[in-house]
Design a protein around this ligand. Structure first.
Ligand code: MG
Length: 280
């Protein structure tokens, strides 16, 4: 067996083909074969709650992951073949100090009435995640600054992420503890489970994936990402001095289009040539 490999994947429009492009034939089957390899640990890193991840696994026939970092990395669970979800209490304890003993309701009250935010439904909220929508063409920089100003009196350490769901289109705003986020969760999983940085890879498609895509670990941007995200990922990666460790899927690998699971596999084969052998 080759060395252990930690594959961390965003879900919507990365593993879940719920964008405007189509999923290439065979891509999801190939992903299942990769996920079933004994050396591969599959982690989902997603904005979805546990309930919405469980729904997506069934609806989209996703492989059952070993680990789920849900609610934009603010909750981490072991899953595994028994489908019993066990939350990592140590992670909740590690990120809680950022909220400075403030509750979700305290933060929500501070943001009440802030134009143009609209609070997302309850299933989009979590203990350490406040989620809103805004028009896709909103001035994200101004909006993020206004959110920070409203939260300043609470003395919390927050991270505000902005993404656009191009399929609607709509802007998505998440407010998270600064030490959580997808980046923090991926790093926590990697360290806790003893994967080396070279054997850890993250795949994503959109705004809240950018810190991980442009961060120190190997990363894959699927081909269905928008040109704006592709440009920003390139720019941030260059600014971080990350040269060879961001792979932009283009399509063409094994006759597939590089979107969703096909892009994840294309990037995986780029970083880890043994993947080709797993699929032959
Ligand atoms: Mg996504």
């Amino acid at each position: 067996m080759t060395q252990p490999l930690l594959l961390c994947c965003d879900l919507d429009r990365t593993l879940i083909p719920n964008g405007v492009q189509t999923l290439s034939d065979g891509a999801m089957d190939a992903l299942h074969r990769v996920a079933a390899r004994p050396e591969v640990t599959l982690a989902f890193v997603t904005g979805r709650s546990r309930a919405l991840v469980e729904r997506a696994i069934l609806k989209w026939r996703l492989p059952v992951p070993d680990i789920v970092a849900g609610d934009v990395g603010t909750s981490i669970y072991d899953v595994g073949p028994d489908h019993l979800w066990r939350e990592w209490q140590s992670w909740a304890e590690a990120i809680a100090p950022d909220w400075n003993d403030r509750t979700h309701a305290d933060l929500a009250a501070a943001l009440d009435g802030l134009d143009p935010l609209t609070r997302q439904a309850e299933e989009g909220q979590a203990r350490f995640k406040l989620s809103y929508t805004a028009p896709a063409d909103a001035d994200a920089e101004t909006l993020v600054r206004a959110i920070r100003e409203r939260l300043a009196p609470l003395d919390v350490a927050e991270e505000v992420t902005w993404s656009v769901d191009e399929t609607v289109p709509i802007g998505l705003v998440d407010i998270l503890p600064r030490s959580a986020t997808k980046q923090g969760a991926v790093e926590c999983i990697r360290r806790e489970r003893g994967f080396s940085p070279e054997r850890t890879v993250f795949a994503g498609d959109s705004g809240n994936d950018l810190p991980v895509l442009a961060g120190p670990l190997r990363a894959i941007l699927v081909a269905n990402a928008t040109d704006a995200v592709r440009a920003e990922a390139r720019r941030l990666a260059a600014a971080n001095g990350k040269t060879g460790d961001l792979y932009l899927a283009t399509g063409g690998w094994r006759g597939m289009n590089g979107c969703y699971a096909a892009g994840v596999l294309e990037g995986l084969a780029h970083f880890y040539p043994e993947v080709e052998g797993w699929l032959d």
